[in-house]
Ligand binder design. Structure first.
Ligand SMILES: C[S@@+](CC[C@H](N)C(=O)[O-])C[C@H]1O[C@@H](n2cnc3c(N)ncnc32)[C@H](O)[C@@H]1O
Length: 204
């Protein structure tokens, strides 16, 4: 078991579901021996108090678990955050890998999976630098991650932090969804998004 997480300033990547000081407080509480679920349900932190379900609701995994997979040997949750989805993958797959670049969330997830007795392995790494040993993944989940990450030389990517960029991108996607199908290059015919009643992935 690692030592207690020190209280210090950690850079906010702007992609987390909680501000860094709240994640630190949450992890410290669990390090002190409070069960993870009680810490999530009772800590009175400003953002956490408004979003407890985001970390607890197993329904967040329902869409992914409804997908057809070749086997149930290996699932991977990329940008797993609190592990709310990885947890449910861990109940269905022989092995699950939770990939997360924020070491505080990694620590939180290790507590969570250990306390739940789930076979989920946490890898603290940038998803773009996954070890080559990660192969033959039956299901790879990327929930609530890509829309935060604007890269490259696009105007969006240059515009600011993920917290500034994401609302603009969400608005643009909503407008594209409302546009007539024939004029929507983002949604090619025959793709899942083109089918009436197609299932939508959950928001983060
Ligand atoms: C908005 S949270 C979503 C968490 C979780 N997937 C969920 O739906 O509850 C995005 C997470 O992705 C992680 N993340 C972003 N880019 C990543 C990368 N390149 N490699 C690993 N994790 C990443 C962030 O640290 C953050 O925890």
């Amino acid at each position: 078991m690692e030592g207690v997480l020190p209280l210090r300033v950690v850079r906010d990547t702007g992609q987390g579901t909680l501000p860094p000081d709240e994640v630190t407080a949450l992890v410290q509480e669990i390090d002190r021996g409070v069960p993870w679920q009680r810490a999530i349900s009772t800590l009175t932190l400003p953002t956490l108090s408004r979003k407890r379900d985001w970390f607890l609701d197993p329904a967040k995994a329902a869409f992914y678990l409804s997908l057809e997979v070749p086997t149930h040997r290996l699932a991977m949750d990329v940008g797993a955050g609190s592990g709310v989805i990885a947890c449910e993958l861990g109940r269905r797959f022989e092995r699950t890998i939770a990939v997360e670049q924020d070491r505080r969330w990694c620590r939180f997830m290790r507590h969570r999976f250990l306390q739940e007795g789930l076979p989920v392995e946490v890898i603290h790494v940038d998803a773009l630098r996954l070890p080559p040993s990660v192969t033959n993944v039956d299901l790879a989940v990327v929930n609530g991650v890509l829309e935060w990450v604007a890269t490259g030389k696009s105007a969006d990517a240059q515009a600011g932090s993920p917290r500034q960029v994401q609302p603009k991108r969400n608005k643009a996607s909503a407008l594209r969804r409302e546009a007539p199908r024939s004029g929507n290059p983002e949604c090619p015919r025959g793709s899942a998004g083109d089918r009436p009643g197609s299932r939508e992935a959950p928001k983060q």
